[in-house]
Write a protein that binds this ligand. Sequence first.
Ligand code: AMP
Length: 114
Amino acid sequence: MEDCLFCKIASGQIPSDKVHEDEQFVAFRDINPQAPIHILIIPRRHIERLTDLGPAEAELIGQMTLLANKIAQDQGIVAGGFRTVFNCGEGAGQSVWHIHMHLLGGRPMHWPPG
Ligand code: AMP
C-alpha cells in the first residue's frame, strides 16, 4: 500500500528502530512508548484491521503471537509480565490502518486499560 506508514516502515522507506525482521514480520519500537518496552509487531502484508482476518490468516496470526513470545523473551520482560494489544477501529484507538500487535512490558500493568 503506497500510503501506508507501516508498509513504508516494513520496506525500510521510513526509518524505525527495528528489533526483529523476517520474511513475514517486522517488529520495531513504538515512537511514543507507553512502557519501558513498547514494540509494534506487524505483518509485511498490508491488512487494515483485525476484523479483516479470515481463516486464511490463522497461520499468520498464530506466528505473530509466537513471535511476540520470542521478542518478550529477548527483551527480558517475561518474568515481570507483559501485555499484547490489538486496537481494532477508531473507537478502540486504532490510528494506523495496518494491523499491529502492541507488546508492552517493563512496568506493572493496570486493568482495566483506559
Ligand atoms: P494504534 O493507535 O493502535 O493504531 O497504534 C499506532 C501506534 O503507532 C502508536 O502507538 C504510535 O505511537 C505508533 N507510531 C506511529 N508512527 C510511528 C513511527 N513512525 N514509528 C514507530 N511507531 C509509530
